[in-house]
Ligand binder design. Structure first.
Ligand SMILES: Nc1ncnc2c1ncn2[C@@H]1O[C@H](COP(=O)(O)OP(=O)(O)O)[C@@H](O)[C@H]1O
Ligand SMILES: [Mg+2]
Length: 370
């Protein structure tokens, strides 16, 4: 990190900006670092800028600038920082520099129980659904959508192996002994008394439904509530979309699933999780606690999505939406170690089946889509 900061300081100095101090923004889990740089008084009138870089994955600057360009007709993004008509980070593929947005994010509005969230939810969903409707790609096939079917195999790898699918096999505690998750993935499951197929069959089933999706459009690609900020602007505030690295053509059901799955994943508590093998079946007792307030927020988001999708004439298939919800939670596992406050942060197997518990607990996941 020191080396990157030195590069940034030198680059800014070259163009006449001196950094007084850096302050890290907590929040993201992607491995990227967002720093606020406070600047010495300068003739350009800039006092605070945000710098994003990622030492684990190259090209964040390039991806952010490309994503912002694609999404800008539909959603605002933090303005690039310009000096004498030049974007100051345009030649830095691994660094993204933008205007500082004083916040808050939609996530923090909800976490702090601020009433304003309703208006912000409505605005965020409205902008996204309008973007989806305006960019529908009705003649595309899922095999032409970037990432599929590779993402299905990739999800299995991330579920069964640590370190983003490249590490040692994940283990779970069963009857007091450690077992590799992949070794028990073919056992049929009894989840809170309900018979379910094995983990491998569930993954295959979800993958099968995902491949049936036919609703492609331009999506943000990471519709978590930490990525949409509310900028007060006198009477009318506005939404600013950050983290635009994955903007591109995706399945609409995936965007809907991400909007809805975020809050139960990040703001819920585990009450009980027991795993046993009985007669060659994996018997799971699992209870999570989602507060009435979070359920209410998820319902608000769901109702807004339903209403606006209907207005725009976008019809989605329920099994495909559920498959993406399941994938969302399976894929969340890769971020667990960076999200210790989440109930998923404690045990991998719990997380992998948490989607089932959440979908049981939050009724709005079960209702059909318009
Ligand atoms: N331009 C900005 N101004 C103020 N805060 C920002 C800005 N960009 C990002 N943030 C904050 O930093 C957090 C993480 O940034 P993000 O780009 O989403 O990283 P990650 O890829 O790790 O999710 C966001 O949730 C938001 O709170
Ligand atoms: Mg983010």
């Amino acid at each position: 990190m020191e080396t990157v900061l030195k590069t940034i300081i030198a680059h800014l100095k070259n163009i006449g900006l001196k950094v007084v101090k850096f302050e890290r923004i907590e929040g993201g889990v992607s491995g990227a670092i967002n720093m606020i740089a406070f600047l010495e008084t300068n003739s350009f009138g800039l006092n605070r800028i945000v710098i994003k870089f990622n030492e684990e994955k190259r090209g964040v600057g390039e991806r952010e600038r490309k994503g912002a360009k694609l999404i800008n007709g539909y959603l605002e993004t933090p303005s690039p920082v310009m000096i004498n008509g030049e974007i100051i980070d345009k030649d830095l593929p691994d660094i993204f520099i933008s205007q500082y947005i004083p916040g808050p994010t939609l996530d923090s509005l909800v976490a702090n129980g601020i009433q304003k969230r309703k208006e912000v939810i409505r605005k965020v969903i409205d902008l996204h659904v309008k973007m989806w409707a305006a960019t529908l790609k009705s003649n595309m096939l899922i095999t032409e959508v970037e990432g599929y079917p590779r993402k299905i195999e990739d999800t299995k790898k991330k579920l069964f192996f640590e370190n983003f699918g490249n590490g040692k096999p994940r283990e779970i505690n069963i009857d007091g002994a450690k077992r590799e998750l992949r070794e028990i993935a073919d056992l049929p499951i009894i989840f809170n008394g309900k018979e379910l197929p094995s983990l491998n069959s569930l993954l295959d089933l979800a993958g099968h439904h995902i491949m049936l999706s036919r609703s492609f459009a331009l999506l943000h690609g990471d519709e978590g509530a930490g990525n949409f900020m509310w900028l007060e602007n006198g009477e009318n505030g506005k939404i600013i979309s950050v983290d635009n690295e994955r903007v591109g053509i995706h399945c609409i059901e995936e965007g809907v699933a991400k909007f809805l799955c975020w809050f139960p994943a990040v703001h819920s508590n585990k009450k009980r999780a027991d795993f046993n093998i009985v007669n060659d079946k994996l018997v799971i007792y699992f209870e999570i606690d989602i507060s009435l307030f979070i359920k209410k927020v998820v319902r608000e988001i769901r109702e807004k999505l339903d209403e606006l999708l209907k207005t725009e004439g976008i019809n989605l298939e329920l099994p495909i939406f559920h498959a993406f919800c399941a994938f969302y939670y399976f894929r969340e596992i890769q971020w667990l170690i960076r999200r210790p406050q989440s109930p998923m942060g404690r045990n991998y197997m719990e997380s992998s089946i948490l989607c089932l518990g959440i979908q049981e607990a939050a009724r709005c996941f079960r209702k059909s889509l318009v």
